[in-house]
Design a protein around this ligand. Structure first.
Ligand code: FES
Length: 924
């Protein structure tokens, strides 16, 4: 195992008295580690040439790195100055950073302007138009929103743009609410010419670049971002197929129909609208779900964009699921009334609805199951607005033919409880077995953070992931629930929720497949590119390049292979994070993180060798293109990089699948036999299980890790009968439960193979504290002893059976005395038990593996060696193991499985009581 460089803590002391702590490895520069923690300290050349990153080191020892005297003079270096882009810590450091913490952070931009239009579109809705002075500095994506400061108050409200990103005048749709501060201002004080200010843009709800047909669903003033999307499509001359359904609560809430007609004429979109109020004069009385059908999703190739209140989002999600409609993407933004920020003195506007109103265009939660309201979903034919009579006709037909089912689905089915929505599609990944409660974000399960997860340290930076209590999505840190304003009190959330109550999310039917994740990342990055292009400072670019360069050492371009896939995954994640942080948009970063790219890469690339040769070079080229302001080139590179990433992941998955197949197989050797394998989740146990399965055995797979469930599923896909049992074999009850499960499933156990145990620590005996000695014995002796005890009575009763224990040649090795004692005990169990059970027709054997090459363990046995001394002790084991082998090499999992499956099979029927070293000649 390659030694991991030691990590030190670096305190970054800013001029304003703020201190930030980062973890920095000995092979990492202080600047590199800072940027990976999203702390943007001053850098420029990143090469030791300009001196921009010069900082005073108050304490600690470090490697100065290489630089020129112009950047850092000798006397400065002697006085304690360092170049952050070059200096690498040898100890913990305290470094004075010559800037303020605010400069090193990122915050949403603020824009000021004046009201240019106040149009009362209906009794309940106002169109607010604003022009700002520095319009060219504001870039936003169609669908995004800003937080507008209500003039004369210190309260902000969130509104999506209804204008397109290139429109000079910005516009918003605002629903008036009695007593609301924004409503009060609009109705009583606002004048054209008034000054207004807002921050933003915010949100990850925006139109992704794609040719996919669009189904746009708008509830109430949720029409605003949809109008922005439509205006953008018109400006682009897009030929995308689009269907819009707009729903409102009452006729008074229906606005902008002329605008929609105009856009329909220009873009060819089909559309329809409905009003929930039974007294409506609209052509359709009912809900948006009644006005779209499978035809609007075009055989699953269409994407849904939905902006509406929470019940509407959940109703649509449930409706899609119920009807078996699978959009290629489901993007939504919902506004929660309960989370309207309570920032004003006295919080006098609890009822103000920013957008859209909660009752718009969604069915009410029924008073009782099965409660149907006649006419609620009846599409009324009328001569009114739709621009596409054919699509409207189809929608109406669908409704009429669905009849009761549709009505029941809408009215009889309780809406999904908010905060615990079902995923749109099944297929969440298997649990990591952490034992922690799981949460779902964007359809992905959330696990407890993995050890060693880099932690963001800037606890007051809204863009940063909170350091404590953070959870992770497949090792990706996400905000802990406590940092997300809960919309309502629930046990978890599945989407990103801003401080102002917006919840934004996206779901993809096949988001768990690698390609879909990278497609989603590409779409987000293309959006982020539009926000940052031409707006990055030279420091931003320098930091971006620093992160790009950090990925380069981990790819051997000529050999097309990773030099260190894990390090590449880490540095690659930091590189991709950065673009999102520079958008100054919290949601974009969260949306990217919630895709779980890093987690997917960590899982898939853990034993990967091949890498697309351009993967790291792409990063450098992307930075160059963005620095040059070359949009076309940057877009091409982002897209080609996504393809290269997908190719790398696909190859890794293919190679891993191939590697999992047993190299040697004796067909039919285990036909008709029930084989129990303990410690089956990984390593030798997994290899044995796969081989036994390939040779006709029926399996019981036991492990403390839930990964045995995934293995059982994997084998079942190849028609191998396999029962997974999770149990703690360090205790009698666990061992007993495994045998009980085997007997329940198959009625017998013919072969029990115990591959449990493993070294936790490596050190000279005198350095083992008592508790570690006990833990080693618990881990490597008791599971075999209990497991033999649990299965022996059954085998005695049936008068036949084989027990195969896995010991170790470490019984004669360095720095593992407690483990050696445990494995010596396994040898003793084997020989003594063989004597006792032979008269009953039961054989008992063991193999003693030597050093064995295996993929990195998904569940480490113990903490990785950290200090230099621990690493040296570990290295001694590796050297001694190799030296002791006459063949001077480690074995393979296939070689271990071959010996085990032979000895445990009927072929070895005249062998018992034997401990066979499988160690290249090392007899142990
Ligand atoms: S010397 Fe230029 S950034 Fe460090």
């Amino acid at each position: 195992m390659a030694a991991t460089p030691a990590t030190h803590q670096v305190a970054l002391a800013f001029e304003d008295g703020v201190t930030r702590f980062i973890n920095c490895r000995e092979d990492q520069s202080v600047a590199d580690a800072s940027y990976r923690s999203r702390i943007n300290i001053p850098v420029d050349c990143s090469d030791g040439a300009c001196g921009t990153c010069k900082a005073f080191c108050e304490s600690g020892d470090y490697d100065r790195g290489s630089y020129i005297a112009d950047a850092l003079a000798d006397d400065e270096a002697d006085a304690g100055y360092l170049l952050a882009c070059q200096a690498k810590p040898r100890t913990d450091l305290v470094v004075q950073i010559p800037t303020t913490s605010a400069v090193a952070k990122t915050a949403a931009a603020t824009f000021a302007g004046r009201v240019t239009g106040l149009d009362r579109l209906s009794p309940t809705t106002v169109r607010l138009a604003v022009e700002i002075d520095d319009r060219d500095k504001l870039a936003f994506l169609p669908g995004q929103y800003v937080n507008i400061a209500v003039p004369g108050t210190d309260i902000t409200r969130s509104y999506s743009f209804s204008s397109a990103p290139d429109d000079k005048e910005l516009s918003f749709l605002i629903k008036l609410s009695p007593g609301g501060v924004m409503s009060e201002w609009l109705e009583h004080r606002a004048q054209v010419g008034d000054e207004v200010a807002f921050t933003g843009p915010h949100g990850s709800f925006f139109l992704r670049e794609s040719d996919a047909p669009l189904l746009l669903l708008a509830g109430g003033t949720g029409l605003a971002p949809i109008l922005s999307i439509l205006r953008t499509l018109r400006a682009q001359g897009s030929s995308r197929t689009v269907h819009l359904v707009y729903g409102a609560t009452t006729d008074d809430d229906v606005v902008e129909l002329d605008t929609v007609r105009e856009l329909a004429a220009a873009t060819g979109l089909s559309w329809d609208y409905c009003v929930a109020d039974p007294a409506t004069s609209a052509p359709n009385q009912g809900y948006v779900t009644s006005l779209f059908g499978p035809e609007h999703l075009h055989d699953g190739t269409g994407a849904v964009y939905l902006c509406g209140p929470p019940p509407m989002v959940e109703a649509v999600r449930g409706d899609l699921r119920e009807r078996g409609l699978d959009p290629v993407g489901f993007y939504y933004e919902k506004f929660a009334l309960a989370a309207v920020p309570d920032t004003g003195a006295g919080a006098g506007d609890p009822g103000e609805q920013a957008e859209p109103e909660p009752a718009a265009a969604v069915p009410p939660v029924p008073a009782g199951a099965g409660d149907e309201r006649p006419g609620a979903v009846a599409a009324q034919q009328s001569s009114a607005q739709p621009s596409s009579p054919s699509s409207r006709r189809e929608g109406a037909d669908a409704l009429l033919t669905l009849g009761g089912r549709e009505g029941h689905a809408l009215l009889g089915q309780p809406l999904t409880r908010f905060g615990e929505p079902e995923p749109l599609h099944a297929g969440a990944p298997a649990s990591a077995g952490s034992g922690e409660p799981e949460y779902a974000i964007l359809g992905q399960r959330v696990f407890a953070p993995s050890p060693g997860e880099p932690r963001a340290l800037d606890d007051d930076e809204p863009l940063l992931v909170a350091p404590e209590g953070a959870r992770s999505v497949q090792s990706m840190p996400v905000l802990p629930a406590s940092d997300i304003d809960p919309l309502v009190a629930t046990g978890g959330t599945r989407a990103t929720v801003s401080e102002d109550g917006y919840e934004i999310g996206e779901e993809h039917p096949d988001i768990h497949s690698s390609d879909a994740i990278f497609d989603a990342r590409e779409a987000l990055e293309l959006g982020a590119l539009e926000l940052v292009l031409g707006r990055l400072s030279s420091r931003d670019v320098a930091g971006y390049r620093l992160l790009a360069e950090a990925t380069v050492p981990y790819v051997d371009r000529g050999a097309q292979r990773f030099t260190d896939a894990e390090a590449y995954t880490e540095t690659n994640a930091a590189f991709h994070d950065y673009l999102f942080t520079r958008t100054r948009n919290t949601h974009l970063l969260r949306a990217y993180q919630a895709l779980g790219v890093k987690g997917a890469m960590s899982e898939t690339l853990r034993s990967a060798v091949w890498c697309h040769p351009d993967c790291a070079q792409d990063h450098l080229d992307i930075v160059d293109a963005i620095e040059a302001g070359d949009r076309t080139r940057a877009r091409e590179l982002i897209s080609s990089h996504a393809e290269n990433s997908k190719a790398t992941m696909r190859r890794a998955m293919r190679d891993a699948a191939r590697a999992r197949r047993p190299r040697f197989v004796t067909p039919g050797r285990y036909d008709g036999l029930v084989v129990l394998v303990t410690g089956a989740a990984q390593g030798i146990g997994e290899a044995v299980a796969r081989r036994v399965g390939a040779e006709g055995g029926s399996l019981v797979l036991a492990d403390r890790s839930d990964q045995v469930t995934a293995l059982a599923g994997d084998l079942a896909a190849d028609d191998v009968p396999a029962e997974a049992v999770t149990a703690d074999l360090e205790h009698w009850e666990g061992a007993e439960s495994v045998v009980a499960a085997a007997l329940q499933r198959y009625g017998r156990v013919d072969v029990a193979i115990h591959t449990v145990g493993g070294t936790i620590w490596a050190k000279p005996f005198e350095h083992y504290p008592p508790e570690q000695i006990r833990a080693e014995i618990d881990r490597s002796l008791w599971p075999t002893l209990w497991s033999c005890r649990a299965v022996a009575p059954h085998m005695v009763e049936q008068g036949a059976g084989t027990i195969l224990n896995v010991s170790s040649v470490a019984t004669r090795g360095l720095h593992r005395v407690p483990y050696a004692a445990a494995k010596g005990g396994v040898n003793a169990i084997t020989s003594a038990l063989a004597m006792e059970l032979a008269p009953h027709g039961v054989r008992v054997l063991a193999t003693a593996p030597g050093g064995t090459e295996a993929p990195p363990r998904r569940i480490p046995r113990g903490p990785a060696p950290e200090s230099q001394q621990e690493q040296d002790w570990y290295s001694t084991i590796v050297e001694q193991t190799t030296e002791s082998s006459l063949m001077k090499r480690y074995g393979t999992l296939d070689e271990q499985a071959a010996a085990i499956t032979f000895l445990a099979s009927p072929e070895a029927s005249y062998i018992t009581g034997t401990v066979l070293p499988v160690a290249g000649g090392d007899q142990g």
